[in-house]
Design a protein around this ligand. Structure first.
Ligand SMILES: O=P(O)(O)OC[C@H]1O[C@H](O[C@H]2O[C@H](CO)[C@@H](O)[C@H](O)[C@H]2O)[C@H](O)[C@@H](O)[C@@H]1O
Length: 376
């Protein structure tokens, strides 16, 4: 892994790799996970066997639709958002097993002390997913704005810790939402900092055109071009048409073995069929930032979607730092802690900044003021 560098793109620093380095680097993508035994309560250990569903290999039937309904229930609440036409979406609160699930994935806010106990004296590196983590899930992907308050919180966090946004969106788009030049951005599920094979990129352009034709047939669907990845959204599609849409999308990518299909929150994701995901992006960023191989580094990754599981798994395997899942419902996950929604992410970021300031003053986490830690 050499030749990665930081460049300025529209005044935004982005980690990139030269094309030669991409082909050079791909054979060496798997990192041996270093082991640093971690003491602590049993729930701090990672969950094995997190689910990973790949539609391209999922076989017949659309059982994934059932999984998706469970993971991202359709439950629309009217929004207080000032952005016209953009309603907030919220997962159902009344999922029976949430209470037992949260015992094994405790709130990162109520247990802030536990989260940060092993971070003392270490370099915290913050990784943040965008949709559903920093911004609420809304109907229109172009309207998934983050609040000024959240932006300020992220800015504050970034002034204390190296901070990266890891998103399924293309780097330019997520950066235009976040609007903070001091952050690192890993777009297209991390492909923007790494780059795909050229062949796969050209296929993607053809597939994009075909998908645009398909979504004309299914009312409410839309295709989003995330540069190295494509997203087919069906949040606004009638549920009875989801299978048809999925079948049509599968049909389109069938002839492109260099592309694979997976899913997120009411979205089908088409991306290069290479071993590259948010977990690899996290490792790549740690290495690019000079933090790889250091036991005194404490990465925190906050995310809400299936694609964030790859990053949670990396932290789990490395037994380093923690994954924090943003969810109001019980989900199988490799994250150790949880937060219910972006509003709790905001509080957690405030806590982190205050924790840092208190550590600098030589005070303990118990003295955290100004932020309500007990969320129950
Ligand atoms: O990795 P992320 O930053 O979480 O990006 C994943 C996908 O997020 C966006 O779609 C999701 O959020 C939309 C806006 O709230 C929502 O309408 C959609 O149903 C969600 O799936 C984004 O539009 C996709 O391109 C990203 O891949």
């Amino acid at each position: 892994m050499t030749k990665q560098s930081l460049v300025m793109k529209d005044d935004i620093p982005v980690a990139v790799v030269s094309p030669e380095a991409i082909s050079e680097a791909f054979p060496h993508l798997s990192y041996p996970p270093p082991h640093s035994p971690m003491a602590g309560p049993s729930y701090l250990k990672c969950k094995k066997h997190a689910r990973r569903l790949d539609l391209a290999t999922a076989g017949r039937g659309n059982s994934w639709i059932e999984s998706m309904i469970i993971l991202s229930p359709t439950h629309v609440k009217s929004s207080s958002s000032s952005q016209a036409g953009c309603s907030s979406m919220s997962a159902a609160d009344n999922v029976e097993d949430y209470d037992s699930w949260v015992k094994t994935h405790p709130s990162a806010l109520s247990n802030f002390e536990d989260v940060m106990a092993t971070a003392k004296g270490k370099q915290v590196v913050m990784f943040l997913d965008y949709d559903g983590t920093l911004s609420p899930i809304v109907l229109d992907p172009d309207c998934a704005f983050m609040s000024d308050e959240m932006r300020e919180a992220v800015r504050e966090v970034a002034s204390h810790f190296p901070t990266a946004i890891v998103s399924g969106r293309c780097t330019e788009k997520v950066a235009s939402f976040v609007k903070l030049s001091e952050l690192y951005y890993a777009g297209s599920h991390g492909l923007d900092i790494k780059g795909p094979e050229e062949g796969a990129y050209h296929s993607k352009v053809k597939v994009y055109k075909s998908l645009r034709e398909i979504v004309k047939i299914i009312p409410g669907s839309r295709v989003e071009n995330n540069k190295f990845c494509l997203s087919v959204h069906f949040r606004c599609v009638e549920e009875k048409k989801w299978s048809l849409l999925a079948d049509l999308v599968k049909l389109v990518i069938m002839d492109y073995p260099k592309l694979k299909l997976s899913y997120g929150r009411k979205v089908l994701e088409i991306r290069p069929n290479i071993k590259w995901d948010k977990g690899k992006a996290l490792e790549f960023l740690l290495e690019s930032l000079g933090f790889d191989g250091h036991n005194n580094v404490f990465p925190l990754y906050i995310g809400d979607d299936c694609t964030d599981e790859d990053a949670f798994k990396v932290l789990c395997d490395r037994e380093q730092g923690f994954g924090i899942i943003v969810s109001k419902i019980a989900k199988e996950t490799k994250a150790s802690f949880s937060l219910r929604e972006p509003a709790e992410v905001l509080k957690f970021l405030h806590c982190l900044v205050e924790w840092r300031q208190l550590s600098e003053e030589g005070k303990g986490v118990k003295e955290l003021r100004g932020v309500q830690l007990n969320m129950q």
